[in-house]
Design a protein around this ligand. Sequence first.
Ligand code: GDP
Length: 466
Amino acid sequence: MIAMKVYNNDTIAAISTAVGEGAIGIVRLSGERAVEIASKILRQNNKTSLSDRRSHSIFLASVVDPEDGSLVDEVLVSIMRAPNTYTREDIVEINCHGGAVALRKTLGLALAAGARIADPGEFTKRAFLNGRIDLTQAEAVIDAIRSRTDAALKAAINQLEGGLSRDIGDIAEDIANVLTQIEAAVDFSDEDIETLPKQHLIETLRGAVNKIDRLVRTAVRGRILKEGVKTAIIGRPNVGKSSLLNALLRRERAIVTPVPGTTRDIIEEMVNVRGIPLILTDTAGIRDSNDEVERIGIEFSRKAIKAADIIICVLDASQEICDEDLALISEIGRDTAVLVLNKTDLPQKISRENLQLPGNFKAVVKVSAISGAGVEALEEEIEKILLDGSVGIAGSTIITNARHEQLLEMALGHVREATALIEADQPEEIVSTVLKESLDCLAEITGEAIGDDILGRIFSQFCIGK
Ligand code: GDP
């Protein structure tokens, strides 16, 4: 696969700010004719022509319709000349007043003056095709825009600054060094030169395996940061699930009611627990029921348990534990669950000590959803369960992209295979082929070797104007 490093070098234009009313809105132009096109639709208060303006300067101007000379908006214009720009092309940014009409008219005039409307992500795609950033950095742009928590943004910015690219480059270098030696052995196989330092090659490849493996393992955390953690709050009716959800959200959203079995709809909310986005699902209690609607709720709960990454199982500690509670607990056959003893502000009938549970809980936490007591401790336990064991050293690379994860796993397989082949004294030609396959996978991550179809798919996820 070879990247098609050619593209229409026509000049593109788009509204780069969000739709709707804002204080300012930006029409951005990029390409060889950006300055020329902009000068057709701008009138300046002083006589310096646009093409004589210094690069990276800002000035006041008016957008005028060249057809009839009518005034569209008073604007601030930034001019940035290639190559030190976002796209490495000439860029003109016209800062309009943020109304939709002024923006659309200005864009319309730019298009009439010779620009083409930009595809989604085309500015960033040009930055990639012109070699200013690699593909992982381009992908980080969209991640940064979509980040929902500080931690997700941090991961995206680290990738944008080339953190992942450096890690990949480092691994590729190790593999390439081994490949060079293997190929030399093939080339000089007729000559009586010293045999390959087999052990050294194996060690280098093992080092590469460890590095790739470490990256792959960060993907758990990456997915958590990017997509959130599906969290199911389960428990029989009236134990305080909605109240707990509210305590976590710290705002009223679910309708809290003392009538059992009224939380029939599944409510989804996102709550940021120590930088981890939890997607909370509040379900009706699992219990045997003849009520049709209720039963659907129960089905939902069972499905929710299956679909959830983590389960918060709530008991009412002011009542004796009952068969319903136990039936529900027995549905939870995994260890990413926390047991919450709620209503600890009332006289207690269940205590942590006298609990004999069939379920497999990581932690038992006492809370009062009403007073908020213990909710912080619950958050702490949730964080522990999710991030324990997953690599998460601040500032280090985190894989947040499924495409990268898949390619890394493939590269890992190839490097492991090559190591085994060397160990088994297999022919160098075979080892060499397998090593090259691993390098291809790494090159596809950074975009050095990538097909147009994949590129198209990646950039089409962007918003227009980015
Ligand atoms: P759900 O059916 O499990 O969602 O339970 P709700 O959140 O609707 O709560 C049922 C009832 O228990 C409501 O009257 C709540 O006010 C009450 N409740 C919930 N949590 C607590 C708590 O920690 N302490 C006390 N005293 N009452 C609670």
